[in-house]
Structure formats: structure tokens, C-alpha cells
Design a protein around this ligand. Sequence first.
Ligand code: FES
Length: 81
Amino acid sequence: MTEAETTRITPYRNGPYLIRGSFVMTDQDGNEIESKRPVVALCRCGKSQIRPFCDGTHKTIGFRSESEATPGPEAELSDSE
Ligand code: FES
């Protein structure tokens, strides 16, 4: 996979996750969540009215989060999540 083909996910400071590149998004049951844009913003604040997509609400609620990763072990998902 070349750099140009690599899908890039960026947590924006005080904002959404931006996904650039080719991807398929599904819900937990495997149903595809359609997106027609080449760059997609996913809600990180939990308050969007169009989840999983960002609708800009993070700005009005004053959502705060850094862009860089917090050091520590990576989270593992269990089967119940
Ligand atoms: S991150 Fe934008 S509405 Fe939640």
C-alpha cells in the first residue's frame, strides 16, 4: 500500500475525526453507512444530531480534546461492545 492509498484518520483538536481515503463504514450489524464524500468528519463529542457524522455541534457545546494520542495501553474491544 502506498502513502497515497493509505487511509488517514485524524482526531482534530476540539473537533471530529476526519477520515481521508478509501474506507467502508458499517454499523454493528454490518449494515453499510453510506458516505458520498471523499473526506468524512465523524463526531467525537457525542452530541451530533447526524451521528456518526459531525454536524458542527462540538463548537457550540465547547467540546475540548487534544489532537495527539494519550500515552497508555491501547483499548481492547470485547465481544459485548
Ligand atoms: S465532533 Fe462535531 S458534532 Fe460532535
